[in-house]
Design a binder for this molecule. Structure first.
Ligand code: GDP
Ligand code: MG
Length: 482
């Protein structure tokens, strides 16, 4: 008699393994150890039948509900409109029509993806994490969280920027978002920015080194003179920018400021150690920031490397199912030590980048994300930036959070001075009045006066914010001591 693995059955039923395991235990009293466990054909058939039945019941229940709902609809609609204009208890969101997935929707509504899955399951709809949704389902889900959706087409960067007249940083971000929305024709593709993440000692730095050594864009020109925390390579004529782990908070902070530092995450997992706490943490950050993940299973040259076990842990601990196991997570076995698999990984990065259709505004004033900052004894405050849009030029006046300046000099990843930096290019910038805070966004503005004025207002606001949060902090402590 043949057997089938739990994750395979789950896939067939359009649910994830975890859900199925829960149902197996709760409804059928079958104890299953993991998604890799097998079930006999007879059992599988019984389960399928029962689950179909469960779904049918839910559907009928839902139909009944819908009917009574219809009757109330008209008066309800009126109520909703009044609420919208008066009390704002109902939230309005705008979404891009393409590529609507459950995790994105959850993020925009502000609820956990898993909660939606549970709530919708109770309503008779089975959803999988990250699954693509049609407009009707999106509306249905949103409405059950008091949210009304309007759709934008075509696709733009789905950035959520709340209007706050006093927040100058967001006001600056809006200028660019407006161009994205209104001038789709102007947008062009830019190279992907890839972040390597993973547990300590799993080989992030080694992988970055291996890639850089084997694929320097311009090998003849001096090689690696200094590291600026990011570099760009060329592989089969395609440029790719890599950055060292920018710290997990970079995702959230930059997104709140209306930009995202990275387009693709390469999650490194050592095959001799498997999924570890920081692997899970990194994975969660990438997921919640909606950045596609490619898994690089590293150290496969080691005698105790266990690729299958690592893949199993990917499924059970990260909820990422490798492609060759029927899932949609691209997984590449590599060795940063012997460089085995590195080309496959680059190949996959280019593939994912193409699917992502990564756009930028190719000309005009630049905006850039700051990924590193420090003070150099000789050169003063320095910031490493990656240009997101426009062209950054020497002589440009800029504001970056509470700091400002004029680009005095730019140094690229090969230690050369350059006068211009195009989108996705990393450069070190000299000319800040002070050390910029990491993860802030640099905006080129019209004049030094404008830059200074904005920076000072932002500094003032930050000061007010920290003072008010200090006050709250003291109050809380006072209460705790009582
Ligand atoms: P990070 O903390 O993630 O940046 O990890 P490192 O790149 O510093 O690597 C940690 C250790 O693992 C170092 O001793 C590396 O030499 C070793 N290492 C990294 N990649 C490989 C690999 O593919 N094979 C082997 N055998 N060792 C590796
Ligand atoms: Mg390292």
């Amino acid at each position: 008699m043949s057997k089938t693995r739990v994750y395979e059955i789950a896939k067939e039923l359009g649910m994830n393994s975890k859900e199925l395991i829960e149902i197996l235990q709760e409804e059928f009293d079958i104890q299953v150890k993991s998604h890799m466990s097998t079930l006999e054909d007879e059992t599988v058939e019984a389960i399928k039948e029962l689950i179909e039945e469960m779904r049918e019941t839910k559907k009928t229940e839902k139909k009944h509900k819908d009917l009574s709902k219809d009757a109330k609809e008209l008066s309800k609609e009126e109520e909703e409109i009044t609420e919208l204009t008066e009390e704002r208890t109902i939230k309005e969101i705008r979404l891009s029509e393409e590529n609507l997935t459950l995790d994105k929707l959850a993020k925009v509504i502000g609820v956990e993806q898993n909660d939606i899955i549970k709530d919708m399951f109770l309503k008779g709809k089975i959803l999988r994490p990250g699954q693509e949704l049609d407009k009707n389902t999106v509306e249905e889900i949103a409405l059950s969280y008091n949210t009304i959706v309007s759709f934008d087409s075509p696709k733009i960067e789905p950035e959520v920027v709340e209007s706050d007249e006093e927040d100058l940083e967001l006001q600056l971000a809006k200028r660019w978002i407006e161009i994205y929305e209104k001038e789709q024709d102007r947008l062009t593709n830019r190279p992907p920015v890839v972040t390597i993440m993973g547990h300590v000692d799993h080989g992030k730095t080694s992988l970055l080194d291996a890639i850089r050594h084997s694929h320097l864009a311009e090998k003849e020109e001096g090689g690696i003179t200094q590291s600026i925390g990011a570099y760009q390579i060329e592989y089969k004529g395609e440029k790719i920018t890599f950055i060292d782990t920018p710290g997990h908070e970079a995702f959230t902070e930059m997104r709140a400021r209306g930009a995202q530092v990275t387009d693709i995450v390469v999650l490194v997992i050592a095959a001799d150690d498997g999924v570890m706490p920081q692997t899970i943490e990194a994975c969660n950050h990438a997921k919640s920031a909606n950045v596609p993940i490619i898994v690089a299973i590293n150290k496969i040259d080691k005698p105790n490397a266990n690729i299958d076990l690592t893949k199993q842990q990917m499924v059970s601990k990260l909820n990422l199912v490798p492609e060759d196991w029927g899932g949609d997570t691209i997984t590449v076995p590599i060795s940063a030590k012997t460089s085995k698999g590195i080309d496959d990984l680059l190949e996959m990065i280019i593939l994912v980048a193409e699917l992502q259709d990564i756009k930028c505004i190719p000309d005009g004033k630049a905006r850039a994300v700051i990924i590193e900052s420090k003070v150099d004894k000789a050169m003063g405050p320095l910031g490493t930036v990656i240009v997101k849009d426009g062209i950054l030029k020497t002589g440009d006046d800029f504001v970056a959070g509470a700091t400002y300046g004029r680009v005095r000099r730019m140094i690229n990843d090969k230690g050369q001075s350059v006068d211009e930096a195009t989108p996705s290019t990393p450069v070190q910038v000299l000319g800040f009045n002070d050390v910029p805070s990491m993860h802030s966004i640099l905006y080129v503005v019209d004049s030094k006066d404008e830059a200074r004025t904005i920076a000072e207002k932002i500094r003032q606001r930050e000061l007010e914010k920290s003072q008010s949060s200090n006050k709250r902090h003291i109050k809380l402590e006072d209460i705790m001591e009582m």
